[in-house]
Design a protein around this ligand. Sequence first.
Ligand code: PMP
Length: 409
Amino acid sequence: MNAPTALNRDLRADFPGLVTVEGKPWHYLDTAATAQKPRAVIEAMTRALGEDYATVHRGVYSRSADMTMAYEAARRRVAALIGGKEDELVFTRGATEAINLVAKTWGRANLKAGDRILLSQLEHHSNIVPWQMLAQEVGADIDVVPLTDDHQIDLDAAEAMLTEQHKIVALAHVSNVLGSVLDAKRAADMAHKVGAKLLLDGCQAVAHMPVDVAALTCDFYVFSAHKLYGPTGIGALWARADILADMPAWEGGGAMIDRVTFEGTTYGSGVQRFEAGTPAITEAITFAAAVDYVSEVGLGAMHEAEAKLVERLRRELTAMNDVTVYGPANSAGIVSFTIDDIHPHDLGTILDEANVAIRAGHHCAQPLMDYLGVPATARASFGLYSTQEDVTALLDGIARTRKIFGKGI
Ligand code: PMP
């Protein structure tokens, strides 16, 4: 197998999940849903749950003190991945919870009736629904930025739409369906010009390209560990320190307090104010192990390797006259397409027989499907372990599906 050889080694060998139960290569093309885990991450989780395990922020014994240091070091390493600092990074259950946190704390404190929220047509449901809930609660309105002909967020249109009533602009840094990459600095400049804040949904960006929140000048950045080769159940909210300092607490409980009496409670300061209860200790430590792994491989190298796979797959699919390919040519590791008269679910099922795993459906982006005029697409998404053999297996599987459906090439 023509394996990716960053660091001069076969990266696929790092991922025990990439073989079938029969020991055959598994052509996993659903990394945008969730990434497979390298051994370094699995071992970090085992160690954190085993010989290193203890609670954090409470114990007076040395194991707990060590675990507290490891948990806070994890915060530092995860923040550093996106050019942030540890006092700006809150661990959440994932990107979804991070956006809900911003909407329910900063949003409730800063939006009122008549204010406006700017989203785009390609957002994941998790960057739509929390804002709809907020809008209903405070009486705000939502505007939706359309897409360009090649399915990027149309920032010229956004610029024309923005007014001083807009308090927040929330956009995907990279689309989970189309791979479209946002010009995030331009979006930040436009938002700031009218006094709005910019939240970037970085779920699909952090796994594909280097990100620097300071250079982007965004106000909030959210992402999930499991799409970055880390564990499920944990993600991050990065927020500018001055914004975070003014954000009201949200969930109440242990660890987020300063002093509790029945007469009243005062809250702790800093990021822990947003982490009530025993945190996801082992997940946080393992999240940092995943960050170390991708940093070692190099996000720039990953991006280049994935771009070659995208280029070939798009080229071969575009050459088929019954295939529609969505999204821009420079998509970040994601290719969505439909084949006339073959439902994506049928394609996905037939591909599965050949050990090719793609995603078929609306990808938690129903407003985008409505815009594209399709109920669903087939989506192939790449990771650092993806190869040209995976692309070949997908193309062979498409040819086989065509035959089964009695379609010529
Ligand atoms: N935003 C985007 C762009 C995503 O791809 C996803 C996951 N598919 C999410 C948000 C939500 O992430 P999670 O389910 O990990 O909270």
